[in-house]
Ligand binder design. Structure first.
Ligand code: UT7
Length: 330
């Protein structure tokens, strides 16, 4: 009888555009201050993609690193899944198809997932299921965003929060549970949809001349639900797996707001030294934020094979989720 196959996080890669938009730059654009932004969010700067640099381009750069670090060739990839709320095209073709094409990956499953800032946890969940079904061997998952394209740079309540970037990972197979994705829980509640939205579709509002052009968010209301939901969620996934927070080597939360991260960290009684923080340099990069943060810790040589990671995310939809992962890469 063959051994059970588990899904494993084999590698991570990320890409941040070169152009930096600092709080000081934003002071010249809207009625805000570096002090307010740092105090309320922890963000100091964020990256902005070039006009001709698309979400797929950011995703391709992150993917190349992840594929190389997994010791694979593009021909080894048998599925590409992309999470994004800023696709190259509105729904069709999927950004995953464009990323696959730009990488020279052909004739494989490729599709996008719309789960906003929880996107990376959602595609991790899908990749895990596809691997453990026995059908797939090496899945490329990509969280990529060009959020600057949906921001209103006259609206101080949103434009200070978000940035561009991409993160990618290879989900492969293992027979060793101590190198496997241990658990993922994801959820959604569409009753909160109106609190965080990107531009409306013509299909929904055919006669609406003034189609909403930019991302809109009721920040304070989102904040309150995010804190409550995420603290409950991480407590639940730990208890479901009979684990204590002291067993976690790295807490890698969605990087939306330092105050949200601190609230969850305090609830878990989790030390800041083991918490991966990139919100100060990249802001909120939505689906890219967790893999970008994970990549940072990996490149700083903090994450090694067998380390236990705790991920959490919350975003538009509302969607949320968390995951416990034994890192399976080199
Ligand atoms: O990733 C998806 C999930 N998204 C999130 O998790 C984001 C959640 N929300 C947040 O991070 C926070 O709610 C914000 C950072 C967006 C806002 O912080 P807040 O403490 O909730 O502030 P607030 O919205 O209650 O606004 C407080 C004040 C208001 O002024 P008044 O009405 O008290 O006079 C705002 O107009 O701060 C004002 N304000 C600003 N002031 C300076 C709002 N934005 C700014 C700004 N600079 N950029």
């Amino acid at each position: 009888m063959s051994n059970k196959i588990f899904a494993s996080l084999k590698s991570i890669g990320a890409y941040a555009p070169k152009k930096i938009l600092s709080n000081k730059d934003l002071e010249k654009m809207v009625d805000t201050s570096d002090e307010w932004i740092v105090q309320r969010t922890g963000i100091k700067e964020r990256r902005i993609a070039l006009d001709d640099e698309l979400t797929s381009d950011l995703g391709v750069k992150a993917s190349k690193l992840a594929i190389k670090r997994a010791g694979l060739k593009t021909r080894d990839i048998d599925a590409v899944i992309c999470a994004t709320l800023t696709p190259d095209f509105l729904c069709m073709p999927a950004t995953a198809c464009i990323i696959a094409s730009k990488l020279g990956i052909k004739n494989v499953l490729a599709f996008d997932v719309s789960a906003a800032c929880s996107g990376f946890i959602y595609i991790l969940y899908l990749a895990k299921s596809l691997i453990e079904s026995g059908v797939h061997k090496n899945i490329l998952i990509v969280g990529a965003e060009k959020l600057s394209s949906v921001l209103d740079y006259t609206d101080r309540s949103t434009c200070i929060l978000f940035g561009d970037g991409a993160g990618a990972a290879i989900i492969g197979t293992t027979e060793n549970k101590k190198e496997a994705i241990l658990d993922i829980q994801i959820s959604a509640d569409g009753d909160y949809a109106h609190l965080l939205m990107t531009p409306r579709s013509r299909a929904t509002y055919p006669k609406d001349e003034k189609i909403l052009q930019y991302l809109q968010m009721a920040g304070n209301e989102v904040f309150k639900v995010a804190v409550k939901t995420l603290t409950n969620d991480v407590v639940e996934i730990l208890s479901k797996n009979n684990m204590r927070s002291s067993q976690i080597d790295h807490f890698i939360p969605h990087q939306a707001n330092l105050r949200i991260i601190s609230a969850v960290r305090e609830k878990l009684d989790f030390p800041i030294e083991k918490t991966v923080l990139t919100v100060h340099k990249y802001g909120n990069t939505s689906a890219a934020s967790i893999p970008m943060a994970m990549n940072e810790a990996y490149e700083d040589k903090k994450i090694k094979r067998g380390d236990l990671l705790l991920l959490d995310a919350f975003g538009g939809g509302f969607t949320w989720g968390s995951s416990l992962i034994y890192f399976g890469g080199e």
